[in-house]
Design a protein around this ligand. Structure first.
Ligand SMILES: Cc1ncc(COP(=O)(O)O)c(C=O)c1O
Length: 408
């Protein structure tokens, strides 16, 4: 296990904000100095475009950009770096998959099997894909506490026309780690493909795409200690090869002709039209290395430890309702009884605690937890039990009057 006090020294945001307790890493994480340095070095030492210049600094940046595919492939256990497509984040990766299903992989009457815990970015593109292909959206019946029931899931396949399963590795509200390996095994046995939203899974859980045998995995750099503006779509090579880009333009084509014929480059370049977020990709390289140096098993264990620690403390308080008591991956959703989530969050802000309140972009989740708004505390490798203790004392003393006073 790593030493959290040493880890904290790597994060300028922590060093520069001594009084801030940041429990919103699920929205975006802080960045270690090595990531910030990678971005600074690019801008101050070899700022140039990739794949376009026949001069030293462009060759250097092109090599580092392309080498990042190897780092990310290693990070998620992929054999072939060509299966790593750089995108602007999870949302664009998830859209790319859904767009292709809507256009060419789905036909009328096919079923897209998803769940009611989905983040908007993993369900709205599928609504559009279903509309386009005249396919249907169906929801896996989850247990009452939103945990996953493999039997109920497998029963969904009795109807025989499920073509794709669309689920998160980790729900951004519930924090459960869904049994992705089993989910893929069952889907494949019934001829369906599996697209996993890894936005909250990849930063916190050791992922091995070969072992999980999933077809697609999407994630964002900015949630895994890297810069914003970059992300990844991992896909199995033969599937990516059959897919169309969402965008056309520079760097993704080999040739084009007067008559409108376009000859695209291969996977992954055909998906990467236009100048990408170069600094984001270079920073993501450092972020993945940093996480691998900490050890993803340690990151996962530490996330689980902080989550359990917080939940056990919350369970002792009378004024709190917890919605995911079995959460594992650094995400705890709760409310203070009788206090509107946003009011509580504004009060906590005055007390120096930053956390999320609202629907967390998962606007079907109320069908499961029976409330539309909740508070969400999310942890990362730089958070400590001392911060949790301080927050628990603040929660213990929170009253509706204090919350109202704080927003007046
Ligand atoms: C589960 C999940 N999926 C997708 C996204 C979208 O990520 P991004 O905004 O980085 O594209 C998020 C962001 O909060 C998320 O939590």
């Amino acid at each position: 296990m790593f030493d959290v006090n040493e880890v904290r020294k790597d994060f300028p945001m922590i060093q520069n904000n001594k009084d801030l307790i940041y429990f919103d890493s699920g929205a975006t994480s802080f960045k270690p100095k090595c990531v910030i340095d990678a971005v600074m070095d690019y801008y101050t030492l070899y700022n140039s475009n990739i794949h376009r210049g026949d001069y030293d600094i462009s060759v250097k940046v092109s090599k580092e950009y392309d080498d990042t595919r190897k780092t990310i492939a290693r990070f998620i256990g992929a054999d072939d770096p060509r299966c790593i497509v750089f995108t602007s984040g999870s949302t664009s990766a998830l859209n790319l998959v859904a767009y292709n299903f809507g256009n060419s992989f789905l036909k009328q009457g096919d079923v897209i099997l998803t769940s009611q815990v989905e983040h908007a970015s993993n369900i709205l593109p599928w609504f559009k894909a279903a509309e386009k292909a005249k396919a249907k959206i169906e929801y896996v019946p989850l247990n009452a506490d939103a945990t996953f029931d493999l039997k109920k899931y497998e029963d969904c396949f009795a109807q025989g026309n499920i073509k794709v399963v669309v689920l998160p590795h980790v729900s951004n509200v519930m924090g459960y780690i869904y049994p992705v390996k089993k989910i893929a095994e069952i889907a494949h046995a019934h001829g369906a493909l599996v697209s996993i939203d890894g936005a909250q899974g990849v930063p916190h859980v050791k992922v091995d795409v070969k072992d999980l045998d999933i077809d697609f995995l999407s994630f964002s750099s900015h949630k895994m200690l890297g810069p914003a503006g970059a992300g990844v779509l991992y896909g199995k090579y033969d599937l990516l090869d059959r897919m169309e880009p969402l965008m056309y333009g520079g760097d993704s084509n080999a040739r084009f002709y007067n008559d409108g014929t376009i000859i695209l480059k291969g996977v992954p370049e055909k998906f990467e039209s236009g100048t990408p977020c170069i600094e984001g990709v270079l920073g993501m390289n450092e972020a993945a290395r940093y996480l691998m140096d900490l050890g993803m098993e340690n990151v996962e264990e530490y996330g689980r430890y902080l989550t359990r620690y917080f939940i056990e403390k919350l369970e002792k308080l009378d004024n709190v309702e917890i919605y995911n008591p079995r959460s594992e991956a650094g995400i705890v959703s709760f409310n203070l009884k009788g206090i509107f989530a946003q009011d509580a969050a504004s009060y906590f802000n005055k007390c120096g605690v930053a956390l999320r309140s609202g629907t967390h972009c998962a606007k079907l989740i109320h069908n499961i937890i029976n409330v539309t708004e909740s508070l969400r505390a999310t942890f990362n490798v730089y958070n400590t039990t001392e911060e949790i203790d301080r927050f628990v004392e603040i929660i213990r003393d929170t009253t509706i009057e204090k919350c109202v006073d704080s927003i007046l």
